[in-house]
Design a protein around this ligand. Structure first.
Ligand code: ADP
Length: 493
């Protein structure tokens, strides 16, 4: 049972191959008409040959029927002339002739077997009614023909048949002629046609094989090209332009390749950035520790100062690692979202409550304005992180005595949070890079105020995971506004 199933699957797999299907289609398209044509021609020949034979025999026997009347053969079968004629005809047509009189009695049989017997058959009765009948038996190889023996109407001896119809003939000539010669010619023709057919078959098989290979070759070239790329990961674009279809496949593949390359590049860049960022605090710590060790009997104050610096570097390292972990969490799939219905006003007030002390330290005023109560389906942790980053940045990159304004509004589909500040602003050429990981407009300034360059990347990812959008507007020296727009109901799927 299992074996059978396996074999069936194997068979199916062959049929699923485009090459095999093309081969079969071409083969069938070539062979079927060939076979039909052979059969039609042979059938046609057979029909024609039988018809010609029937017409020929009927003619001859009509003449014979006339002679039979003339010589009164139905009453006296001793006529030498007629007997010779009968003999000749049965020889020529390789057949048997029976002459049946009005009483359905056989008065003459060229085979001499049935004389005196009675023959009542449908054909004979129909013939007595005046119509000659023919019956071709291809299986046994003979044609049976009946010919009415009827003189002029004056001489006719009328009679009545069993079914009441009038007998129009005085007798019936029942002839069987052999069709052996026709069968022999047919066989000969068939054999020749078969040979021709076999030659054509061989030709078509070869043609189908070549065509199937030619037609499917571009697809194999695509597979080969993709394999080459896969193995070597060479970044060359592949090109197989034989068909529009292959062009489409190759285009799609090249686009995929482009994306993979971009991803690979960004991954490499990310790894090198991460290593660099993590190495910087370590290098500082090593320098600090080395210089302490090199000094013999260094004063305790120096130790304290250097140790504070080392602790700061450790804190920075910690912050980078924490940010990286948040980013990795954001990179996960939407399935990891913990969506709940949340009061956004409350959420924002909580964030601001946490950040106000930092702002106060720098003499920055934080203003919150809400147009309406808003509740939405969000992931509380992720959204808090996203919005905190924006407000934190607005405070960090502000001017002394500046302000930060958080504004909340909603329509029937989305809620919008606007975080604007009176800060240093972002130069225009930096705008397109601010969401990149580790990007900082002013590296040293950002480092000073404890930036890692990951905050906006985290924010953007969190917003996108909520199927929302983020937009930034900024004027250098005047301030920046970030606008986040998020659906009130989290779209499923
Ligand atoms: P960082 O940890 O350095 O703040 P972010 O990803 O949060 O990293 O921000 C990237 C860069 O964008 C910052 O280094 C800063 O130069 C700039 N930036 C972000 N927000 C503001 C803002 N509100 N005002 C001015 N510059 C900003």
């Amino acid at each position: 049972m299992l074996e059978k199933g396996k074999r069936y699957l194997k068979k199916l797999k062959i049929l699923r191959s485009l090459k095999a299907r093309l081969f079969l289609i071409i083969l069938l398209a070539g062979i079927v008409p060939c076979v039909i044509m052979r059969m039609a021609i042979l059938q046609n020949y057979e029909d024609r040959a039988v018809n010609v034979r029937i017409a020929d025999v009927q003619n001859q026997f009509k003449i014979l029927a006339n002679h039979l009347i003339t010589y009164g053969y139905l009453h006296d079968t001793s006529s030498e002339v007629v007997n010779t004629e009968l003999e000749q005809l049965s020889n020529v047509y390789d057949g048997r002739v029976l002459i049946i009189d009005q009483n359905f009695k056989v008065i003459k049989d060229t085979y001499g077997i049935s004389e005196g017997k009675t023959v009542i058959s449908e054909e004979v009765i129909r013939c007595f009614q005046g119509s000659s009948t023919t019956n071709y038996d291809s299986g046994n190889g003979y044609i049976e023909i009946t010919t009415p023996i009827a003189g002029s109407s004056a001489e006719k001896e009328s009679g009545v048949l069993e079914d009441g119809t009038e007998k129009l003939a005085e007798g019936v000539l029942l002839t069987s002629v052999s069709t052996d010669s026709i069968t022999m010619t047919l066989e000969l023709l068939d054999r020749r046609a078969l040979i021709v057919e076999l030659i054509v078959l061989a030709f078509i098989v070869a043609l189908a094989f070549v065509m199937a290979n030619l037609v499917t070759a571009p697809f194999e070239r695509i597979t080969q090209a993709i394999n080459d790329v896969k193995e070597g990961f060479n970044d060359e674009q592949i090109s197989v332009n034989d068909y529009v279809e292959t062009e489409h496949i190759v285009d799609a593949f090249n686009q995929l390749l482009g994306r993979m390359k971009a991803l690979d590049d960004s991954r490499q860049e990310f790894v090198s950035n991460v290593s660099h960022e993590l190495k910087t605090p370590l290098t500082s710590m090593k320098v600090l520790a080395d210089s302490l060790m090199m000094q013999e009997e260094a004063p305790i104050e120096l130790y304290q100062e250097f140790m504070t610096d080392i602790a700061n570097e450790i804190e920075r390292e910690n912050k980078i690692i924490n940010d990286l972990l948040s980013l990795v969490k954001m990179d996960k799939k939407a399935a990891d979202m913990n969506i709940v219905q949340i009061d956004i006003n409350e959420l924002l007030e909580l964030i601001l409550k946490r950040l106000r002390p930092i702002a106060r330290k720098q003499n920055i005023e934080v203003i919150y304005e809400s147009m309406r109560p808003v509740t939405a389906e969000v992931d509380e942790v992720k959204l808090t992180l996203a919005l905190s980053n924006l407000v934190e940045n607005a405070i960090k990159y502000n001017k002394p005595k500046g302000w930060v304004k958080v504004f909340l509004d909603a329509d029937h589909q989305f809620f919008t949070v606007e975080v604007s500040d009176s800060g240093i602003g972002i130069p225009e050429d930096a705008m397109e890079h601010i969401y990149e990981r580790f990007y900082r407009v002013d590296k040293s300034h950002s480092r000073e105020i404890g930036g890692t360059g990951l905050g906006l990347a985290i924010t953007r990812n969190a917003v996108l995971m909520h199927r929302g959008s983020i937009r930034a507007e900024s004027k250098e020296g005047e301030g920046t506004t970030f606008t986040v727009k998020i659906p009130l109901i989290h779209p499923v799927g």
